[in-house]
Design a protein around this ligand. Structure first.
Ligand code: IMP
Ligand code: MG
Length: 332
């Protein structure tokens, strides 16, 4: 399966970072392409260290992996350079010359523009930066001297890699329900977050994709405003072990039980072929650190079975703890 798209199925924070790092190591990913922008933080635990990556692709954990930032992405130069340093990625990361740049003024606009009031944005300025891109006045990566050493043509690199049967992973950000097209508008982010949009941002055509892995968390969370079906109180979330704070902004995440109808809809729109189910150990603590399906208690197995029955696709990866390798891999 040379070309895999990885997308979030709820409101982001499904644990995509962990799944990406596992795939990059286990499947020996050759190219990992980051889409989206700096508002998303992908948390990765690797060799005892925690990374919250806003710009660098999660595939960095595999030091043979070429790291690319898509032409459709929106680059925060300061954050990019900081993370390149942190992940020691200088010699193997590239940024598409046409990626647009998110600037300080966009962050200010995010916090002061009246039409964005009440949406609970992350404050990075992604919406205003995209508005500027659509107006065709945006600064692009090729206009930034500090990015010069990294400039590349991502679509050419990736499509050529695919003809050579290299393993390519297209890394989506956020989740389908935050999509400006398919999400809970207007409580959404400024871009489409679907699997198709991930391909479009990277410059990979739909016929090239072999697998779409939809990442779903075993319960749902949402930061910012907007509907969250089945929402429980913060106290209840703490009691159940579902209380989280956002790795990017530090805000409390609202929580709710897993919703099968929403999962089905995301599988449909993303054309998903597999589900990666994360944090099963937060709903069924006896699962913690399990590496085989047999080690998982009966009620948790039934929950997984129900997801498969409702969505019609297999749950191939199951997260049972924070470490990249705390995963049940049922693919073979
Ligand atoms: P914006 O993307 O900063 O414009 O924020 C719009 C909405 O998307 C807000 O509710 C944010 O909390 C949410 N959002 C943006 N990025 C992420 C993310 O990476 N994870 C979870 N929610 C996000
Ligand atoms: Mg996140």
């Amino acid at each position: 399966m040379p070309c895999t798209v990885l997308a979030g199925g709820f409101w982001g924070d499904e644990g995509k970072g962990k799944v990406i790092s596992y795939l990059a190591l286990r499947d020996k990913t050759d190219f990992c392409v980051r889409t989206g922008s700096v508002n998303a933080a992908h948390t990765i635990w690797y060799e005892g260290k925690r990374y919250a990556l806003h710009m660098v692709p999660g595939g960095f954990v595999n030091d043979k992996c070429r790291l690319l930032v898509a032409p459709g992405a929106n680059v925060h130069v300061g954050q990019f350079l900081k993370e390149v340093d942190e992940t020691n990625a200088k010699n193997r990361i590239g940024v598409d010359s046409q990626a647009s740049i998110i600037e300080e003024k966009h962050s200010t606009q995010d916090k002061t523009n009246a039409h964005l009031k009440g949406l609970g944005t992350t404050g990075w300025g992604v919406g205003p930066a995209i508005e500027e891109r659509v107006r065709r006045t945006a600064k692009l990566a090729r206009d930034v001297p500090e990015l010069k050493p990294y400039l590349t043509d991502v679509a050419s690199e990736v499509n050529s890699a695919l003809t050579r049967l290299k393993n390519v992973l297209l890394e989506g950000t956020q989740g389908l329900l935050l999509s400006v097209f398919h999400g809970t508008y207007p409580y959404v982010t400024g871009r489409d977050t679907s699997a198709s949009a991930i391909c479009s941002e990277a410059g990979v055509g739909p016929t090239k994709v072999d697998d779409v892995i939809l990442v779903l968390k075993s319960f749902m969370t949402r930061v910012g405003t907007g509907p969250l079906p089945g929402e429980i109180s913060k106290d209840e979330a703490i009691k159940r072990g579902w209380f989280e704070t956002a790795s990017g902004t530090g805000r409390d995440r609202r929580a709710a039980p897993f919703d099968f109808e929403l999962a089905k809809r995301s599988v449909m729109i993303d054309g998903a072929t597999q589900v990666a189910l994360t944090k099963l150990d937060c709903v069924f603590p006896e699962c913690r650190k399990a590496r085989t399906f047999e080690e998982i208690p009966r009620d948790a197995q039934q929950f997984v079975g129900k997801i498969e029955k409702e969505t019609g696709i297999p749950v191939t990866l199951i997260g049972t703890g924070p470490d990249a390798l705390d995963i049940v891999d049922r693919r073979k």
